[in-house]
Write a protein that binds this ligand. Sequence first.
Ligand code: SF4
Length: 643
Amino acid sequence: MGYTIAQKIIKEHLVCGEMVVGNDIGLRIDQTLTQDATGTMAYIEYEAMGIPRVKTEKSVAYIDHNTLQTGFENADDHRFIQSVCKKHGIYFSRPGNGICHQVHLERFGKPGKTLIGSDSHTPTGGGIGMLAIGAGGLDVAVAMGGGAYYITMPKMVRVNLTGKLSPWVSAKDIILAVLRVMSVKGGVGKIVEYGGEGVKTLTVPERATITNMGAELGATTSVFPSDEITREFLKAQGREEDYTELSADADAVYDEVIEINLSELEPLAACPHSPDNVKPISELEGQKIDQVCIGSCTNSSYLDLMRVAHILKGKTVADGVSLAIAPGSKQVFNMLAMNGALADMIAAGARILESACGPCIGMGQSPNSKGISLRTFNRNFEGRSGTADGQIYLVSPETAAVSALAGVFTDPRKLGPAAEIELPEKFLINDNMVIAPAPVEEMDNVEILRGPNIKEYPKTSPLTDSIEASCSLKVGDNITTDHIMPAGAKILPLRSNIPAISQHCFTVCDKEFPERAKTLGKSIIVGGENYGQGSSREHAALAPLFLGVKAVLVKSFARIHKSNLINAGILPLTFQNPADYDKIKLGDMLELPNVKKEIADGSAVTVVNKTTGETVIADCELSDRTRAIILAGGLLDYTKENS
Ligand code: SF4
């Protein structure tokens, strides 16, 4: 039996476990990336492990999330990361160099290699045939130290692309079509692999738009073959030597096959407030809009922005619409500046933002209250834009640009024949914003710059024999990491300061939660389906840890968040009978009388509701390794114990 692309990369990097679906497997990691919002903590954790130099082939720290510099905290974090990088052997991509995933794709990613990143959109690297997975900061710290990265061996899904996109229909519409079929839960425990004749019609940046937003499917990752188109892209980036061909064997077996005929697709939008709430633009046409934001790691490649510039050229943004554009990397920004496309955008009235995440992570450009904002981004969860009642629609750059001019939802196919815009034969290559680490012999002289915003990792302790704790919060289905640990300009600067950031934990759902949890000392959170969906944000586990949360008892978990809870030493429990969710109320006193023994034995966990006298049985699905992590009190303690 042949192998799929992902299975080939896994086989090549397997350090333990068997490649059987559902098994825990350990992978050797070639490359890591961090961004500043999760990176500060990842490097605090790396330091705590006491390993002098990273053991990966390439590790890169990007500064892209928090670039507003509204206070000293942000600048302190950047200086801290830069100094850690210099000392410990990590490349440092300075603020202004661009968004981590786009820059990594352009400058560092290699087909056939493994990459983990402390950001959920790390699967962007699948666009050049990498096995690129979003992970927690602590997982990245461990991988930098030479440790394996553990995943559950996923199922394989093949998305078979046939036909060819019609003019003004784009890669964004492909992934929105996949989301419409699979939903935000449909990819959990799966790797989505693209194949078929249609693949040959897509450039690397287009493939990367699709793998990027595969994160919204909840998939472990998404991957495209590495073929002649990949080779051309790498050649244009001046690194043809990084190319290797990679494709699925003809007799590879997939657990699921989805057919998408590109010729039948039309422009789509993900409507508020979920990326799988997809409708055709034709159904929304004519509705007034307030704002358009073009950028993010999903849609700000050279091709995307050249198409936008072409649409805007010689026109003016509609009255009452604010159009903001953030090029995804300095490379793209510079090329647009040199070929005149930037001038066309400025002349049309676009507000040009720096090469960073910006509005995608709620750092500026919040829409007006109840404002309708069309964005080329990948997420539209409630509140992420910074405006609680903002109505965010996710669209292609083409739909965004044409709608910005019209002031209403507009189908870009109205523009008539599309302009032929192609990737250049050679990109502008200038890596002057990437700082190499100090040579090994000089690393001892590098001082770590630690400002007052850099606080230690929260205190952890091994799992106790029993737990007695109140239910400090009860939430419903589809709680996202944005609900648990909101982003935004006021909160992001506190990412290296857990005591301060924890004061914002869950305040979107319940303003009193942080104070209540702290007063209780020990507590348990109860939730519904797909708890923790969204990002790899480990602060969504670290803030509850700091506030004394001992266990999270839900109907089901999102993958990365569950592993972040385990890494933080918080018990991830699921109701054996989902209807038992109704048996626990906010404030109920819960007891887990034999929890340590039950976890150690791998048996179900008994939860006694001492307030009502009822008993609930919970599962705690753990592998041998994650069980040992939970018993030790978290991954940091486990790593220290085992190194
Ligand atoms: Fe940045 Fe948004 Fe991409 Fe996250 S999804 S890396 S915030 S651009």
